[in-house]
Design a protein around this ligand. Structure first.
Ligand code: NAP
Length: 309
């Protein structure tokens, strides 16, 4: 099946790109690997997306985005894109995991990024039995118990705050003494009684038994002191990896693998655009993903117009 534009990924960037493209009058398919919403589905409260002064739950915003797109004729295709190849006559062929393939005149890559692993002993073994990357999904299992959160970015700070309202105690382990997350979250974390900051420290191991994990071995980097932190859960937020493995090598990326674009969201391959967390940039927010999606769609639609002229 040939579409003018295929958008890959149904997070805020992908949904916005599909919305702008379909409204510009071109045929659009949106390939969605998971439920619409992307990472906002695993965000408890979104406090900084304009229009929701009392904050909005991640899944509620995802539902609203999805409902907005539902009133437009966008082909919603369930699946995972496993390759994008340049075909004859400026067309792209996208292969899906189920063996299906699509053709597109333009491609908008909005496949996002996923949470990086810590890579310590016990992380794999206790995955789903204490080790989690999503406080919103799993936090309730630890009601009234003690947990560790690892990281010093916005995700770690936000999710430590979220968990502090559910669990008995949160140990926030961060490798430096200062945090890179926003000051407003740092202040809230410092003011929260049941969050203990364990800074300048790293996790060496996650330990436990048949019933699941029961402790985290934490090492202070300067002194080398080892502390056994008793905890039933550990929530790991040590950064993101972009989802780009299925894309052609000719698309330029930064050192961490995020896609380089110009201000119009054009990649180094004409006809391929990128938007949202998959893109190399400093600020990864719902608002910036939405902005990227609108910009990429506008650029893709002018590209299509020029090709048709
Ligand atoms: P991030 O900002 O890259 O922070 C990752 C944190 O993990 C850093 O504090 C880093 O330490 C630490 N870290 C990295 N590798 C580690 C390792 N091997 N061992 C221990 N610690 C390690 O990632 P993020 O918090 O997931 O956020 C990703 C993006 O989404 C960011 O751009 C963020 O601003 C955005 N975001 C925004 C919001 C919001 O504003 N509402 C919410 C969530 C995420 P160092 O600080 O020492 O490097």
């Amino acid at each position: 099946m040939l579409y003018d534009a295929v958008v890959i990924g149904a997070g805020p960037a992908g949904i916005t790109a599909a919305l702008y493209l379909v409204r510009s009058g071109v045929s659009v398919a949106l390939v969605e690997n998971a439920a619409p919403g992307g990472q906002i589905l695993s965000t408890a409260e979104i406090e900084n997306y304009p229009g929701f002064p009392k904050s909005i739950k991640g899944w509620e915003l995802a539902d609203l985005f999805d409902a907005h797109l539902a009133s437009y004729p966008v082909a919603r295709i369930r699946g995972q894109v496993v390759s994008v190849r340049q075909a004859e006559g400026h067309l792209f062929t996208l292969e899906l995991s189920e063996g299906e393939s699509l053709e597109a005149r333009a491609v908008v890559v909005c496949s996002g990024a996923y949470h990086r692993k810590l890579g310590v002993p016990g992380e794999e073994a206790f995955s789903g039995r204490g080790v989690s990357y999503c406080a919103v999904c799993d936090g309730n299992f630890y009601r009234g118990r003690d947990v560790v959160v690892v990281g010093g970015g916005n995700s770690a700070l936000e999710e430590a705050l979220y968990l502090s309202r559910i669990v008995n105690k949160v140990y926030l382990v961060h490798r430096r003494d200062s945090f890179r997350g926003a000051m407003i979250y740092q202040e809230k974390v410092r003011q929260t009684e049941n969050i203990e900051l364990v800074t300048g420290s790293v996790v060496d191991e996650i330990r436990g038994g048949d019933a699941g994990m029961d402790s985290v071995i934490v090492r202070h980097l300067e002194s080398g002191d080892i502390r056994v932190v008793p905890a039933d859960g550990i929530f790991i937020y040590v950064g993101m990896e972009p989802v780009t493995g299925y894309l052609p090598e000719q698309i330029n990326r930064d050192a961490a693998g995020f896609i380089l674009t110009d201000a119009e969201m054009c990649t180094s391959v004409p006809g391929i655009f990128a938007a949202g967390d998959v893109r190399s940039k400093r600020c990864r927010q719902v608002s910036t993903a939405v902005g990227d999606g609108a910009t990429a769609a506008t650029a893709a639609s002018s590209y299509l117009e020029q090709r048709n002229a």
